[in-house]
Every structure is written in structure tokens, then in C-alpha cells.
Design a protein around this ligand. Structure first.
Ligand SMILES: Nc1nc2c(ncn2[C@@H]2O[C@H](COP(=O)(O)OP(=O)(O)OP(=O)(O)O)[C@@H](O)[C@H]2O)c(=O)[nH]1
Ligand SMILES: [Mg+2]
Length: 359
């Protein structure tokens, strides 16, 4: 091979190698922007890396505790008691405690009794810290609720169990019935509702909405019809379908109109001809405070009430009314309403309640 041609071949190979090398170096130095354009955005990259986690449905938020629901009352009391307990107990401490309890609607008589007991026990036990006195106050409050009260809702020996719900207008009767029905259905019981509030316009429509939400049946008549007749029909209907529980909604006109009490008596008599009313639940609105108590007393005296449902505790700073109700009416609080949703009904337990108020 002539040496001139060999040289040209070597030069050509050298050039090719050089071009390849330049190309390689160029690829390595490609600007970062380009790389970013082709790479998936960070969120997208994360989604690709963890598809199950990113695409799983969000968990339902946990149900707020009773303590959360009573936050208005708790803050109200906490602010006042913080002042009282901010120093070693002296005369002023006890005055402040008494004032706080009265403002929380515990009732004057009960507030005085609690404070006197607290003062003498704190001295006896030589309590000096805020935490100790607060714990003693909790003990005192719990002790004033009826210890042996049966707070469970009573079921009858035959189907259907019948519960009547009554109380002043707007206290939360219909809402409570909806919540109760939902809870029963959730526990596997079949429920019928009687729209025996034939007085207020559209009361049956409101009850129907709750019946649908809860998965219960409802019996109604025309507006203005005899509530006793509705109760009677509802009882027959509940029997025919072997319903476990029949809950009767009633009108809430003011107690001062005597016919309302007559009407409630009639509903009960109609049912008791063929069955038994095992609960007549008086619904009291906690936000009405001591006023609500006066109205409730007349219901309690007239209507054979078996227990109280205390509603709207979430909307008041004066949760102390629970104590006043038990002491004044001599009736057990069986349930508390703590919101407007289906699940916002809780069984009442004095210790849990007081802990939620004070801790
Ligand atoms: N925040 C709060 N609101 C409640 C509670 N219970 C009932 N309510 C509200 O109180 C209002 C009246 O409730 P209803 O159930 O219609 O009261 P009612 O006693 O049936 O009223 P009448 O049929 O007119 O006598 C409604 O706006 C309810 O949402 C509760 O526990 N908490
Ligand atoms: Mg109603």
C-alpha cells in the first residue's frame, strides 16, 4: 500500500475518533434546563413512585370528641377558674368559683352548695395546688348528678317499643328523633316514625327527611289531623311490619296552652290501649338556660316524662345547666345533642361530661 494513502486513512480515522469524542463531551455538558424539561414534574414523579398511596381516597376525619363539642362551655369555665385557681386558695378563690358556677348556669343553690363543700374539703385535705382543687371540683360536680339513675333507653317486652318525644317548640325534638332512628337502624333495629306534630306547617316533611336519612319508615296524616289518630295508625303500621321501635314526634307549642298537654295525654292513652310507652323523652334546649328549665318543669309534671334529652350543648357556654336540670326536675338526662348531624347524639354519663367540661 503506498504510504500516502495509508497516511490519509490514518488522518480520516483520527478525525472520526475526534468527532466522536467531541460528540460525547457535548452530550455530557447538555444544559440542565433541557434535562428538567424532559423529566416528570416532582409531583408527577412522586405519584408514579407511590401510586397506591397518592391515589388512595382520603380517610374520613375522626368524629370530634365530647370534649371538643363542649369547647364553648369548657373555655368559659376554664377562663374563670384559671383566675380563681391562679393562687393558693383564699376567701376570694371560693367567691370566684361560686360566681363561675352560677355564670355557667349550674344554678345558684347548687353553686353555693358545691363551693361550700369544696372549701371545707380543700381545707380538710390541705389542698393547695390548682390541679388538686380542680380535681376535687370535678368530684363534687359528678357527685351531684343522680348516681343510680337508669340512663339507658327502655325497650318494651313486645314489638314495637314505643317512645314519645316532647318538649317546647324548637328545642330539637324532630332532629333528635332523626338521630335516634339512625342509631337504632345502625344497630340493626327496624324503626317507624309517627308524624304526630300535625300542628306546625311542614313538620311531617321535615320528619320525612330524617326518616329517609336514617333508613326508617314514617306514618303521617293530613296537616291539622288528630295527633292521637296518627299515633294509632303508626302503631298499627309498626305492628304489621314487625318494627322494633316506634318513635312519636309531637308538636312543640308552648306549654302555657293547656290543649298541648291534653294532646300529649291523648297520644299516650291511644298507644297504651294496645301497647306500652316505655320512654317519654323531654327535649330541652341547653342554650335556653334557666328559662328553658322553667318551661320544661311544666312538661315534666304533666306528661309522665321518663328522661331528658339535652340538645345544643355544642352551642352554649353554659353547660352547667345539665346539673340544674337533674337537680330541679329530678329526671335523668339520658342523651345529649351536640350538633346538627345524624351522629351528633351521645349517651349522657356524668363523669365523662364533667371531665369534658373541666379537663
Ligand atoms: N347546634 C345544634 N343544633 C341543634 C341540635 N339539635 C337540634 N338543633 C337545631 O335546632 C333547630 C330546631 O330543631 P327541630 O328538631 O326542628 O326542633 P323541634 O323541637 O322539632 O321544633 P318544633 O317542631 O318546631 O317544635 C334546628 O335548626 C336543628 O338543626 C343540637 O344538638 N345542636
Ligand atoms: Mg319538630
Amino acid at each position: 500500500m503506498p504510504s500516502g494513502i495509508a497516511t490519509e486513512i490514518y488522518i480520516a480515522i483520527g478525525l472520526i475518533v475526534l468527532i466522536l469524542l467531541i460528540g460525547l463531551v457535548g452530550m455530557r455538558r447538555r444544559p440542565k434546563g433541557t434535562e428538567a424539561e424532559t423529566a416528570p414534574p416532582p409531583a408527577e414523579a412522586e405519584r408514579r413512585a407511590r401510586p397506591e398511596v397518592a391515589e388512595a381516597p382520603a380517610e374520613a376525619p375522626p368524629k370530634p370528641s365530647l370534649r371538643d363539642r363542649l369547647s364553648k362551655s369548657r373555655r368559659f369555665l376554664a377562663d374563670r377558674l384559671a383566675d380563681a385557681f391562679g393562687r393558693a386558695p383564699d376567701e376570694e378563690t371560693w367567691e370566684d368559683v361560686e360566681a363561675a358556677l352560677i355564670q355557667a348556669d349550674v344554678g345558684v343553690e347548687a353553686a353555693t352548695q358545691i363551693t361550700e363543700d369544696l372549701r371545707s374539703k380543700a381545707r380538710e385535705r390541705n389542698l393547695t395546688t390548682a390541679d388538686d382543687v380542680r380535681a376535687l371540683l370535678a368530684e363534687e360536680l359528678v357527685s351531684l348528678f343522680e348516681h343510680d339513675a337508669d340512663r339507658a333507653l327502655a325497650f318494651g317486652s313486645q314489638k314495637p317499643t314505643v317512645w314519645i318525644v316532647l318538649g317546647v317548640n324548637g328545642t330539637g325534638k324532630t332532629t333528635t328523633i332523626g338521630k335516634l332512628a339512625a342509631d337504632l337502624v345502625h344497630r340493626g333495629r327496624s324503626v317507624s316514625l309517627a308524624a304526630a306534630d300535625t300542628f306546625r306547617a311542614a313538620a311531617d316533611e321535615q320528619l320525612q327527611v330524617w326518616a329517609d336519612r336514617a333508613g326508617a319508615e314514617m306514618v303521617k296524616h293530613q296537616p291539622g289531623a288528630d295527633p292521637g289518630a296518627v299515633a294509632y295508625d303508626a302503631l298499627q303500621h309498626a305492628r304489621a311490619r314487625q318494627a322494633d321501635v316506634l318513635i312519636v314526634d309531637t308538636a312543640g307549642r308552648l306549654h302555657t296552652k293547656t290543649p298541648l298537654m291534653d294532646e300529649l295525654g291523648k297520644i299516650r292513652r291511644v298507644i297504651e290501649k294496645e301497647g306500652k310507652v316505655t320512654e317519654a323523652l323531654l327535649v330541652i334546649d341547653a342554650t335556653a338556660g334557666q328559662n328553658g328549665l322553667v318551661q320544661a318543669r311544666e312538661f315534666a309534671e304533666a306528661a309522665g316524662v321518663t328522661g331528658v334529652v339535652l340538645t345544643k350543648l355544642d352551642g352554649t357556654a353554659k353547660g352547667g345547666i345539665a346539673l340544674a336540670i337533674e337537680r330541679t326536675l329530678g329526671l335523668p338526662i339520658k342523651l345529649v345533642g351536640v350538633g346538627e348531624a345524624l351522629e351528633d347524639l351521645e349517651p349522657f354519663d356524668p363523669k365523662t361530661f364533667v371531665d369534658a367540661l373541666l379537663s
